[in-house]
Design a binder for this molecule. Structure first.
Ligand code: FES
Length: 95
């Protein structure tokens, strides 16, 4: 089980492995816009301040979008993040 910290909102959640960050955000009431939901639009960009190693590797499509957005290495698309390791993941939605 991972612990997800939403630094900007002051909220925390525990998440089972295999759960998407999007689902966790919805359950926590984190307000973020999701448009396509499958890693094409880039609207759900977040900063993973800590715990990137506890998330899945970005797909080729996510990498392409992150590159188009000229995002830093600590950014991910929330709709594409899956919790894959037990640890603390700190997310910033106000990057
Ligand atoms: S909602 Fe479009 S990339 Fe996440």
């Amino acid at each position: 089980m991972a612990r997800i910290v939403f630094a900007d909102e002051g909220k925390q959640a525990k998440a089972d492995l295999g759960v998407s960050l999007r689902k966790i955000m919805n359950e926590c009431g984190i307000r973020m816009r999701f448009a396509c939901g499958d890693g094409r639009c880039g609207i759900c960009l977040v900063r993973i301040a800590r715990g990137m190693e506890f998330l899945n590797e970005p797909s080729d499509r996510e990498k392409m979008i992150l590159e188009l957005l000229k995002s830093e290495p600590d950014k991910r698309l929330a709709c594409q993040c899956i919790v894959e390791g037990d640890g603390e993941i700190v997310v910033s939605t106000q990057h």
